[in-house]
Design a protein around this ligand. Sequence first.
Ligand SMILES: Nc1nc2c(c(=O)[nH]1)N[C@H]1C(S)=C(S)[C@@H](COP(=O)(O)O)O[C@H]1N2
Ligand SMILES: [Mo]
Length: 189
Amino acid sequence: MIPVHRTYPILLAVVLIGAATFVSGCLGPTAAADEVAWNLTLAGNPETVLTLAEIRALPAVEGYGYSVSTVGIKYGPNRYRGVLLSDLVETAGGAGADDLIYVSAEDGYLWVFDTAQLRGEEFFTFDENLREIPAPPLNVILAYDRDGEPLAYEEGGPLRLVVITESPDVITEGSPWVKWVDRIEVRGK
Ligand SMILES: Nc1nc2c(c(=O)[nH]1)N[C@H]1C(S)=C(S)[C@@H](COP(=O)(O)O)O[C@H]1N2
Ligand SMILES: [Mo]
């Protein structure tokens, strides 16, 4: 018979192994990305709600994002990864040429895009000295990663609208970079 005082270390070991397995499972790279609970509502007909994990599973694009705020503070450049806003609009049922896309956030912020902007057109672009430059090809994405890491809440994550380019030295205005995006709606004019 095992003396009573010896059963405790065995039990403790079993509990610790169980706890370690649980913790490592929670902190694994895929689990960590899934852990933030966030829903994106695509207000089409029918309405679609996507989780962060479902958004990460969609075809992804990458590029450089570099913005300037209204008061001239530059933010970036950083490498962003996310889903094309135009792909999400297709999932929401698509947009006609005259429709507008309302992108909004939990703090009540709203930015309205037209379909030309969905194609990356009509944005103003600037060089490092904030002098306007002809716009190179741009893409509007709903970003979830910044420089290879999930976009932090303080940076507007887990989902932030970002205008990206192929090169790191193109600056765009910060106002369309909607932070904490939770709703995308297509509406007629
Ligand atoms: N949800 C949300 N997104 C937002 C805003 C806001 O107030 N709420 N401000 C916008 C404006 S006007 C600018 S210039 C940038 C500022 O980005 P920053 O807070 O990362 O500097 O975010 C844009 N996105
Ligand atoms: Mo701004």
